[in-house]
Structures are given as structure tokens and as C-alpha cells.
Design a protein around this ligand. Sequence first.
Ligand SMILES: Nc1ncnc2c1ncn2[C@@H]1O[C@H](COP(=O)(O)OP(=O)(O)O)[C@@H](O)[C@H]1O
Ligand SMILES: [Mg+2]
Length: 254
Amino acid sequence: MVEPRSIVEFRGVTVRYGALTALRDVSLDLRPNEILGIIGPAGAGKTTLLKTLNRTVELIGGAHVAGTVLLDSEDVYRTRDVSRIRRCVGMVAPLPVGLPMSIFDNVAFAPRMAGVRHREDLAEVVERCLRQAALWDEVKDRLDQLGTKLSGGQQQRLTIARALSHDPDVLCLDEFSIAVDPVTTMRIEDVLKELRSTMGILLVTNLVQQARRLADRTAFLLGGELVEVGTTESVFGRSPADRRTFEYVHGMFG
Ligand SMILES: Nc1ncnc2c1ncn2[C@@H]1O[C@H](COP(=O)(O)OP(=O)(O)O)[C@@H](O)[C@H]1O
Ligand SMILES: [Mg+2]
């Protein structure tokens, strides 16, 4: 069988913050139409891994990246066009980061930056992204209201709509449900299952059961190292490749 082409490939990625090694020689790939769960206790290097993909890790003083990161076969650290790379990656942070502007403008922000000018074109993008994020029905009659006035769960869906607004090839979510109620979490999980048909998703989660519910494959990071990656079935099954994986997914530490 031919292996499907990867959308993202981390090859031997090592990240240091000054003297601290946050990631050590991590190799991992994301395939098309896949949700790759990334689990591991706090400090494992999960957020750092996501930040190497859109090169926001460079914005951290003292950060140093070694190894190779490929996005759609393009070398992220050799490209001349970092902003293009950032457009290909939709990033959703743990806490919603709403811009202090209307719901409409929050989602229209990136398309406007990319040169979309006509109101109808912007309205089309805004509606599509809000629908994809399962927020449209709740906000369609008040698009000019401040985004920051929405509830926490709605704001997190607005963040997802914004991440989708530049048509990314990869959607990265970093512990999206930390400040979201369980009902909204379930709604967003349904959104992710739908989105999988159109893009690859890197799902960093502190909730191992969330990876179990959603991920096609799951990677376990510990202390900056990739302990193992495999089908979610095998990682959560009776005999994952590494004993530490078994202990972590069954709540024996972390
Ligand atoms: N801005 C930073 N400066 C220095 N060290 C950092 C910074 N961000 C994270 N670290 C360290 O890097 C390691 C990995 O952190 P992080 O990627 O945030 O892990 P996780 O998301 O799995 O909790 C941790 O030891 C953390 O303390
Ligand atoms: Mg983190």
C-alpha cells in the first residue's frame, strides 16, 4: 500500500529555550483528513511543537529550532514567505483571543488583510466560517456586536471561525476546551469531525479521553520526547508500544 502524502512532517525537531530542551528529536507526520491527537502532561512540549509549525516559536526570546518542518512539502524554516506559511496554519489557542471588534470584523480580519474588499465577498467568508464553527445560528442576527461580549464557549468558536477564515490546510488546536463548558466542548468536537473531511487537524489536548474520542492516531509526548505514535486504538489499547503510554492514558500519572 502506498503511504498517503503527509500535510505536515516534523523531522528530528529539537527546540531549546536557552539551556532548556523543550523538544528533543521529534519526528511525526500529519496525513490528509486526519485528526492527530497529541497528548502528554504539562511541560511535555505540546505547545512548542505547534509553534514550530507556524514559526511563532521564533518570537520567543532565546528559542532555537533544529531539524526540519515540512508543510505541504515546503521547508518551513527555509521559505522566503513566512506569512504564507502562517496563512496555511490555523491556530486556536487555549483561551479565546477575540479582537476588540465586531463578530463580523473578527472573522473578516484575515481575508481583509489578504486583500478581499467587497462586502459581499467578505460576508460570504464570514458566514461560511461561522457555520463551520457551529456559531452562525447563534450570532447571525447580531454580527455587528462586539466579539468579546460573547460567552466563553461562543468566543472559542469565534476563534475557530477566525482560524478558518484564511482557508488553512492545517488546523491546530491547543487545549481548546480548557475554558469551555462540557456542552460546548462536545459541539466543538462535532465541528472537528466535520472539518476533518477538508483538512488535517493537530489536536493538542490535556484530556486523554478527548484524543480517544476524536483522533485517528495519537502521539504521546513526555519530557520533550515522542514516546510513541500509533493508531488511537493501539495507544489506548491493552498493549501500547511503551509502558509509560499505558500508565499515562490510564491516569496513573500526569
Ligand atoms: N517561553 C518560554 N521560555 C522558556 N521556556 C519555556 C517557554 N515556553 C515553554 N517553556 C518550557 O518548555 C517546555 C515545554 O513547554 P510547552 O511546550 O509549553 O509544553 P506543554 O504545552 O506540553 O505544556 C517546558 O519545560 C516549559 O517550561
Ligand atoms: Mg501547552
